[in-house]
Ligand binder design. Structure first.
Ligand code: ATP
Ligand code: MG
Length: 773
């Protein structure tokens, strides 16, 4: 067997065909877990073994982590030497590299700053204030969303301003000045030598449009282009790919329309659906066998996604074990939900010996993680969280990074504003306001004003002028040293020289101690960065290369800890493309999942796709859980189970008794009844029993149930044998639970107790030893 045959032998027939077809454009559309990413990985290995030079292959992934993993895999297939030279990464990281090389053509310098969302919003806030608009109406987050959407559709500020339809839409939303804000925002970014995330794609397109020689150069350099997760590309990304590939047509993309979950960020599912329109000679491959999950999980996911009207029909099957049904847990409260999940994780860990790294808890929103953190900590289960407030978003770290940014690009206004008076050096808001006003009046950056306060007639007293000049000299001294020092040395220089370490060392409160630790962690992380780069044979180990990596981290790269033996917690969005042996999908409630913000049918379909993504992450066991009450935004809400639970064919689910009673016989209900049960965001909107106490609500329901059972004489009672409805009790075998009902059946007292993950059990009080706690 030659090397190519050996490589292909690890694939099934349809995957083999997709990998070996390289005569023209190709598209793989297939369901989750069917090996799309594997096809892409093997195709790259195949091309390398066929003699293509690694530096002529461009592979675009959704996260940096996915790129690293793919590179690693290719290294094991064809050797590290070859894999090393591949152009592999996210759109943002690859094209920011390119933009740095070509920055001057676009009026930037190669050291341009990449503004993160917080920087963008802060700049927008300033502009909204400057234009004397009300930031309650012109909410920075909303305006940011509009600008981002415009950029992803390649609408520059002047195009936006002259577009009548957009003006009408903005006027209808009572934000008619959005175009003006956008224009000012764009010019301020330019003055600050900064690009935001969306600019990276916008400017790449502008570069390709206005500089045909540059485009040609890259067309030749990237002889083969591959894209994973194509369903989540936006128009700007699609156009970059199209421009690069349309001449040589050597392009291969893979994706799944059923997993398109980023339309809120401008992703356009049409890019994959209409691939053939853009590349008419493209060949379509379908993969049908799922290698990831048990048969039950695949069937459950299939039955769910069938409920979406817009979808490409697929036949996905699994030849893996049949597996267990998806177990659904209901909890009284969100706290109990956390407790249930932690219990179940422990149980599987102990009885089935799965390491904690085999578990993932997936939620709809980052805010849900806290409850699970507490529950896991109590159980001593190690975990790591992706997303949320990452290490690099902590205040003390952002302060240091702002210094780094200034060293690389002193025109960076957001960075300058952040540290001009940190640590405190007596430069007040009024002075900063004067500098900023003066800069904008003269159309220069704040740094230029600062560099020559006399020329700009700043109007500050001698004392303030002295402080400003000291700050300027400090930054200037860093700038001078920067070319000679590596990132690690520079970090030490800044943390000490700017007085940051001294500032956080003044008191020893726990909060400050953790700040010190974080700063040390940053500095030692930079040490590691330099070492690693040197080991990889890289010579660029300065602040610039460190910062260009940091500013491009995505949610999936943001983990607070890289250690292996830990349970993973993340949002479902971040879990795309990943797989875990045991998956817990939590907070499966109306108003949370689907999110309370969705109302149109297409938005509901996107949420359903999100649920599909969640289920299909599971290899062996999948669990779904919901709570009947939950604190959200400081308020206790009564929650209904998500309508999506009812979308899964019930033969694949193990439902809790209470769900079956309330919602189970779906087919027999009228549409109106359905709507009443599933559509209300909280139980407040539903007819409620007189009391809103969760315990007694349950009692009523159970009463009804027992009354209708007929036959023997059954009588509901509130308490018996020292145990009352609503009590929390401990049982030797089933653990801790809540008494939801007590009844007297033919003279015997029987308590129904909800033990969370251990099920709801009816126990005869004369036998069961229940201890009230
Ligand atoms: P998603 O839609 O979630 O991104 P995918 O289609 O990209 O999924 P992969 O991640 O490539 O699927 O594959 C799913 C799992 O199945 C992986 O663990 C992969 O290694 C395995 N797999 C795929 N094809 C084969 C095969 N032919 N033989 C053995 N394992 C396979
Ligand atoms: Mg994949």
């Amino acid at each position: 067997m030659n090397q190519l045959e050996e490589l292909l032998s690890h694939l099934n027939e349809s995957q083999r065909q997709a990998v070996a077809y390289n005569e023209g454009p190709s598209l793989v559309i297939a369901g989750a877990g069917s090996g799309k990413t594997r096809v892409l990985t093997y195709k790259i290995a195949y091309l390398l073994l066929s003699g293509l030079h690694p530096s002529s292959i461009l592979a675009l992934t959704f996260t940096n982590k996915a790129a690293r993993e793919m590179k690693e895999r290719i290294a094991t297939l064809v050797g590290r030497d070859k894999a090393k030279w591949l152009w592999m990464g996210t759109f943002h990281s690859i094209f920011s590299r390119m933009l740095r090389a070509e920055a001057e053509k676009l009026g930037f310098t190669s050291g341009f700053t990449i503004y993160d969302t917080a920087d963008s919003k802060s700049l927008l806030k300033t502009i909204i204030k400057e234009l004397q608009l009300d930031d309650k109406v012109y909410k920075p987050a909303v305006i940011h969303g509009r600008i981002s959407f415009a950029k992803n559709n390649l609408l520059t500020a002047d195009k936006y301003q002259s577009n009548g339809d957009l003006y009408k839409a903005d006027s209808a939303a009572r934000i008619p000045r959005t175009g003006d804000i956008y224009a000012l925002y764009a010019s301020r970014c330019r003055q600050a030598n900064a690009m935001d995330f969306d600019d990276l794609l916008l400017y790449t397109n502008i570069l390709f449009r206005d500089y045909p020689d540059v485009l040609n150069n890259y067309r030749q350099r990237f002889a083969f282009i591959l894209v994973d997760e194509y369903q989540d590309t936006n128009f700007a990304q699609h156009l970059i790919v199209k421009r690069l590939a349309e001449q040589h047509q050597r392009i291969s993309v893979v994706g799944d329309d059923a997993q398109s979950i980023y339309s809120f960020r401008g992703a356009n599912i049409d890019n994959i659906l209409k691939f053939k329109n853009h590349f008419p000679d493209s060949k379509l491959f379908k993969l049908e066998q799922n290698y990831r999950s048990t048969q039950n999980i695949v069937a459950a996911a299939n039955s769910l996604i069938q409920k979406n009207k817009t979808q490409i029909q697929k036949n996905v099957f699994s030849e893996n074990a049949k597996g267990q049904r998806i177990q659904v847990f209901s909890a009284m409260t969100d706290t109990e939900e956390g407790f249930n999940i932690a219990n179940k994780v422990s149980e599987i860990h102990l009885t089935q010996h799965h390491p904690f790294s085999d578990f993932a808890i997936l939620y709809r929103t980052n805010a849900q993680s806290r409850i699970f953190e507490e529950a896991l900590r109590k159980r001593n289960i190690p975990y790591k969280i992706y997303g949320g407030l990452s290490f690099y978003q902590r205040k003390e770290i952002k302060d240091v990074l702002a210094y780094f940014r200034l060293v690389i690009n002193p025109y960076d206004e957001e960075a300058l504003k952040r540290v001009i008076n940190y640590p405190a050096r007596g430069i007040g808001d009024t002075t900063v306001g004067k500098i900023s006003d003066c800069a904008h009046l003269h159309h220069v950056s704040m740094w230029e004003v600062l560099s020559d306060p006399l020329q700009f007639n700043l109007g500050v007293n001698a004392g303030t002028a002295g402080k400003l000049s000291k700050f300027r000299e400090l930054i200037f001294s860093f700038i001078e040293k920067s070319p000679q020092l590596d990132a690690y040395e520079m970090a030490q220089e800044v943390v000490k020289g700017a007085g940051i370490m001294a500032d956080v060392s003044v008191d020893t409160s726990p909060e400050n101690l953790s700040k010190q630790e974080n700063l040390q962690e940053l500095v030692s992380g930079m040490h590691e960065f330099c070492e690693q780069r040197v080991n990889e044979g890289e010579t660029e180990i300065g602040l610039v290369s460190f910062m260009s990596e940091v500013s491009l981290l995505t949610d999936q790269d943001n983990t607070n800890d890289e250690d292996a033996e830990k349970l993973t917690m993340m949002t479902i969005h971040s879990a795309k493309g990943l797989e875990f042996r045991n998956v817990f999908i939590v907070g499966m409630e109306e108003g949370l999942f689907p999110s309370g913000y969705v109302d149109s049918e297409s938005e509901v379909e996107e949420e359903r796709r999100l649920f599909y993504v969640a289920i299909t992450r599971a290899e062996e066991q999948c669990f779904i859980s919901y709570a009947k009450s939950r604190f959200r935004n400081g308020q206790l809400n009564f929650q209904n189970p998500s309508r999506f639970l009812g979308d899964i064919d019930q033969q694949y689910l193990d439902l809790p008794i209470d769900y079956k009673t309330m919602y189970g016989r779906r087919q027999e209900r009228s549409i109106d009844q359905e709507r009443e049960l599933f559509s209300s965001p909280t139980a407040y909107n539903r007819p409620q029993p007189a009391s809103t106490n969760v315990g007694s609500h349950e009692t009523n329901k159970w009463k009804k149930l027992s009354n209708s059972s007929g036959g023997s004489t059954t009588q509901a009672v509130q308490s018996a044998g020292g145990i009352a409805v609503g009590n929390t009790v401990r049982h030797e075998k089933f653990g801790i639970g809540q008494v939801v009902n007590i009844e007297n059946v033919d003279g015997n007292n029987k308590a129904t107790v909800d033990f969370g993950t251990n099920g709801t059990r009816a126990l005869l009080l004369k036998y069961a030893k229940l201890e009230v706690i």
